[in-house]
Design a protein around this ligand. Structure first.
Ligand code: LLP
Length: 418
């Protein structure tokens, strides 16, 4: 089986990736627009699908979202400017800014543009109210519990800095009234990788909080957190079930308030993770005692999730030559990158324990393809070790388009050289 991906679980196939791999001198990201469109369609029951752009904030991906009717969440001034560059309009419901604090430039721009704010602290309400009375706000509630695929992605409970603690709602409401802010809705996001048991708990908490608030609302937001099957055999989320649980909560709230209430959802990962791959080249193969290392030209400066959370990404091999790959005889391999740190390993568990992956024998010049890296891949990259950001390519109707060129070393140095 020459020149095939050894595991065809991504929509992008060897025939699409190999020409790019041969064209680019280093690693690159590739996304398939069709998968993103399919995921958007799966959420059509929600009144508003708001993309948490932190997962993948490339302006061309944002444009694709906008063309499909998706709204956007921004968490920084940079993300607001990206949304505007992609054509989202300020002032209406296109963009919502979600955070636990304002830095000064962001607050000034938000007041100017009238971007609705999803406030994660009472201080935000006072600061916003002082400069922009009448501004539209959401309240992000921390219901007192959370859940995440890793402790670092758990965004609820008292060890999380996120949201307004549920018992501080009266102070939030007082700030809203003091400054004449306009309350649009309540929002909860307790973490990434939420399971159904926690989901029911969040839905119930949302109903309780609306009742406790004692104030009228137009909308509620279910936040994000929908998981995706990173490993073979893991079940994909049942979006109809997910909607059903939230819809039931929405109906209880509508009955309480006496009028219909809009239901928003705010996923990042679900919309983009499975659309993306990271393609890197094998540059060295070596044995260290009992360990077999396959070293590639992408590092945690590109894909940070394994080093940061011990996240699993499926890895498949694309031969760099015409040889037939022996799929039966695998080698237990540690896959690592070029950075000057022992933690620059793609096959590791949370806490840093190095694992091996059974891979077909890889040679220098082959490519390793990291699956499901469309979310929190490119968007979490850094310039560590003075490595420039790598290109991003979007496939639409099977045709590749470079949507971000590689950063140059000159661009890296320019900030210091003036
Ligand atoms: N809404 C809010 C307020 C959030 O904080 C987040 C994620 C989302 C929505 C989207 O969550 P998602 O649907 O993507 O799970 N870097 C980590 C994930 C951190 C997520 C932080 N907040 C990772 O690579 O798994």
């Amino acid at each position: 089986m020459p020149r095939a991906l050894t595991d065809q679980t991504t929509a992008l196939n060897a025939a699409q990736l190999l020409p790019l791999a041969q064209r680019y001198p280093g690693p690159f990201w590739a996304y398939d627009a069709q998968i993103i469109q399919q995921r958007i369609a799966q959420l059509h029951d929600f009144d508003v699908v708001r993309f948490a752009q932190k997962a993948c904030s490339n302006i061309h991906i944002l444009r694709l979202m906008r063309a499909a009717g998706v709204k956007v969440d921004s968490v920084s001034l940079g993300e607001i400017e990206r949304a505007l560059a992609a054509g989202f309009q300020p002032g209406g419901e296109d963009i919502v800014f979600t955070a636990d604090l304002f830095d000064q430039p962001t607050l000034a721009r938000i007041a100017e543009l009238k971007v609705p704010v999803n406030a994660g602290s009472v201080d935000m309400l006072h600061q916003l109210g002082a400069v922009s009375p009448g501004h539209a706000v959401w309240l992000r509630i921390n219901p007192g519990f959370g859940h995440g695929h890793s402790q670092k992605t758990n965004t609820g409970g008292e060890n999380s800095k996120h949201g307004i603690w549920h018992s501080e709602l009266p102070q939030a409401l007082a700030a809203i009234e003091q400054h004449g802010l306009r309350l649009v809705g309540l929002h909860m996001h307790i973490g990434s990788g939420v399971d159904y048991a926690h989901l029911q708990q969040v839905c119930d908490a949302m109903v309780d909080q609306v009742i406790a608030l004692g104030h009228d609302l137009e909308a509620i937001s279910a936040g994000g957190g929908l998981s995706i099957p990173y490993r073979f055999g893991e079940e994909a989320i049942d979006t109809a079930h997910y909607f059903g649980l939230w819809d039931a909560a929405r109906q209880r709230i509508a009955a309480h308030l006496g009028h219909p209430v809009k239901l928003e959802i705010e996923p990042g990962r679900f919309l983009v993770a499975e659309s993306g791959v990271l393609v890197s080249q094998v540059r060295a193969v070596k044995n260290m005692g009992s360990r077999h290392f396959v070293l590639v030209d992408a590092g945690f400066s590109d894909l940070m999730r394994p080093s940061m959370y011990g996240s699993y990404h499926h890895i498949s091999l694309l031969a760099g030559d015409d040889r037939a790959i022996d799929l039966q005889n695998t080698v237990d391999s540690v896959v690592a990158g070029p950075l000057c740190e022992s933690g620059d390993v793609f096959t590791q568990l949370e806490g840093g324990k190095v694992e091996t992956r059974a891979l077909p024998a890889a040679q220098v010049g082959d490519y390793l393809v990291f699956h499901d890296t469309g979310a929190y891949g490119a968007s979490m990259s850094s310039n560590y070790n003075s490595r420039p950001l790598i290109p991003e390519v979007l496939f639409e109707q099977g045709q590749p388009r470079e949507i971000r060129r590689a950063q140059t070393i000159q661009e890296l140095l320019a900030l210091e050289l003036g």
